[in-house]
Design a protein around this ligand. Structure first.
Ligand SMILES: [Zn+2]
Length: 226
C-alpha cells in the first residue's frame, strides 16, 4: 500500500512536471534544415556554436554530459530553457542522463524578428551559461528528486527563485560573472522585452548588484588563495 501511494505521488509529480512542459513543446519547431555541430557529446546549432563553446569552456564538469541545444519558435515565459529528457529520467542513471537546452530561434521584437545569434555576444554567452548552471544543478539531483523539483518549480515562486539563483550562482562561480551581468543588463535595458518578462527577471533572478557582490566575494577569495 505504501508502495502504491508513493508510486501515485511520483506519477502525480511527474505529470505536473511534464504538463506545463508538453503544453508548449508538442510542436517540434526544429527545422530539418538547421545545421548542427557535434562537440563533446553536445549537438549545437551552427549559429550559436561559438558562443555555446565559449560558455561550455567555463564548465569542465559538463565535458562528457550529453546536451542537445535545440531551436524552438517560442518558449513560454523564457528565451532559453534547460531540461532533462523525460525518457532519460527513467532509463538512464544520474551519471548518463541526457539533457536538452531549448533556445528561441528568433526573438519577437517590435520592429520584427531578431535572430538569437544577433544578441550581443557576451550577453548570449551569459544566457547559455545560465542554462548550463541549471544543468549543473540537475546533475546533483536523483531522478525522483528531479520530478519533485519539476513539480515544485511550477507551483512555487520560492522554488523558482531558488533554482534561478542556483543557476546564476553556478555560472558566476565558474567565472562567468561578467557574462551573466551583460545578459541581465541586456534584458533589463532593452525596450523590446515585455514588462512581464523584465519583471520576472527582476523579481526572481539575481540582480546586477547581487551579481557584482557575489563576483567580488569570489574574486577576493581567489586573491586570498594566491
Ligand atoms: Zn533559469
Amino acid at each position: 500500500m505504501k508502495y502504491l501511494v508513493s508510486l501515485l505521488f511520483l506519477f502525480g509529480s511527474f505529470y505536473m512536471f511534464i504538463s506545463p512542459l508538453t503544453s508548449f513543446s508538442q510542436t517540434d519547431d526544429s527545422n530539418v534544415d538547421d545545421e548542427f555541430i557535434e562537440y563533446q557529446n553536445k549537438s549545437i546549432p551552427v549559429e550559436i556554436a561559438e558562443a555555446t563553446i565559449e560558455a561550455l569552456s567555463y564548465f569542465p564538469e559538463l565535458e562528457d554530459v550529453s546536451i542537445d541545444f535545440v531551436y524552438r519558435e517560442k518558449i513560454k515565459g523564457a528565451v532559453m530553457q534547460a531540461q532533462p529528457y523525460l525518457f532519460s529520467l527513467f532509463v538512464n542513471g544520474k551519471n548518463s542522463r541526457r539533457y536538452k537546452i531549448k533556445v528561441t530561434r528568433q526573438l519577437e521584437f517590435a520592429e520584427g524578428y531578431y535572430p538569437i545569434e544577433q544578441v550581443p555576444y557576451d550577453a548570449l554567452v551569459g544566457w547559455i551559461g545560465h542554462e548550463l548552471g541549471h544543468v549543473m544543478d540537475y546533475l546533483n539531483r536523483s531522478s525522483a528528486n528531479m520530478m519533485h523539483f519539476g513539480a515544485r518549480y511550477f507551483l512555487s515562486n520560492k522554488r523558482v527563485i531558488e533554482a534561478e539563483l542556483t543557476a546564476d550562482g553556478y555560472a558566476i562561480g565558474c567565472g562567468m560573472g561578467h557574462h551573466i551581468l551583460a545578459n541581465k543588463n541586456y534584458i533589463l535595458n532593452n525596450e523590446n522585452f515585455e514588462d512581464d518578462y523584465k519583471d520576472k527577471i527582476k523579481n526572481l533572478y539575481m540582480s546586477p548588484d547581487q551579481i557584482l557582490t557575489l563576483q567580488k566575494v569570489l574574486d577576493d577569495k581567489v586573491e586570498r588563495q594566491n
